[in-house]
Design a protein around this ligand. Structure first.
Ligand SMILES: [Cu+2]
Length: 313
């Protein structure tokens, strides 16, 4: 017995499927217009940085393109299923067919799509990693160490001897550190690790990046609004990985400078950015005295290093 569908119900079903596909496409296209809710952002958090908006555009654009392609493909599948169905028990539909224009289309079009996706990805990547049109106003050295973060602000505060010094905050398992950022200024994060791979990210930045020993990774953010945001390590980096949480405070330039000065006043300053705090390279299970030298001692001990890029090398 062959499959025979009553003509009328099949037509109705096709209409219903087409209508559903059209509604779906309309919803998706409209979703790109507002971006006020997480649904409209297709699951992305609300971007708090200029760079995050570029990432959101890429995300939404890619989904719209992918879903539009899906609708065309599904439409063609249903059309082919309907048009070339077996019409009677005695008939076997033609099994081979070719259509040269169609074959050229489905070969060339995906290639064009990949090129367009690639182009948009590269331009967004350039924006979030190092936009040549946007001058970097602040550089911060972010060190991920087992199992907390050290935030360095090099050459930001004038020391008592008139030299600009680096000020820093070291987080510990018991004290969650706060990274301070001036609003409406572009800050570049230089990511360093003295031990294992960590991953530095804040959901509202719409970017996270591995912090790898021996690798100088970086990205930049331009926060748009003042506020406090939560961040964490996104790479399972050891037994106390879950303690690698931190806060980000976006504030005015005056508050930012006052905070940096408070770090200096508290004695948290050095000539060069420090590579992790006292907890760095402290491994659970090691006997007392067997522990590796703290990374800050390592960094401070090699005080004649003048190149900032040497940090955690
Ligand atoms: Cu980590």
């Amino acid at each position: 017995m062959g499959l025979q569908l009553p003509e009328r119900s099949a037509v109705k079903r096709l209409r219903r499927v087409s209508l559903a596909a059209l509604l779906g496409l309309t919803f998706v296209l409209l979703a790109g217009c507002g971006s006020e809710t997480q649904g409209e952002r297709l699951g992305m958090p609300d971007p708090v940085t200029v760079e995050g908006e570029a990432t959101l555009d890429l995300w939404q654009g890619a989904w719209i393109a992918a879903l539009a392609t899906g609708v065309v493909v599904w439409g063609l599948i249903f059309y082919a299923v309907w048009k070339f169905r077996r019409r009677s028990d005695d008939e076997v539909p033609i099994q081979t067919r070719y259509n040269l224009p169609l074959e050229i289309f489905y070969t060339i079009f995906p290639i064009i799509m990949v090129i367009v996706f690639f182009d948009h990805t590269i331009s967004t990547q350039n924006t979030v990693l190092n936009d040549p049109d946007v001058p970097v106003e602040n550089t911060q050295y972010i060190v991920g160490q087992q199992w907390q973060w050290t935030f360095n602000y090099p050459d930001e505060v004038e020391g008592d001897d008139g030299e600009m010094v680096n000020v820093y905050e070291v987080g510990t398992g018991a004290r969650i550190p706060t990274l301070h950022l001036p609003v409406d200024e572009t800050t570049r994060f230089e990511l360093r690790s003295p031990d294992v791979i960590h991953d530095f990210g804040v959901p509202g930045f719409l970017i996270k990046m591995d912090v790898m020993p021996g690798q100088e990774n970086h990205y930049q953010v331009t926060p748009k609004t003042e506020g406090t945001y939560a961040g964490k390590c996104y790479e399972l980096c050891g037994v106390y990985h879950s303690r690698m949480i931190f806060n980000v405070k976006v504030e005015s330039r005056e508050d930012y400078e006052a905070y940096l000065q408070s770090l200096y006043d508290a004695g948290n300053f050095s000539e060069q950015p420090i590579c992790g705090g006292d907890d760095a390279r402290t491994q659970a299970g090691l006997e007392e005295g067997e522990e590796a030298e703290s990374a800050s001692e390592v960094a401070n001990g090699s005080g004649d290093e003048s190149d900032d890029e040497e940090i955690c090398a």
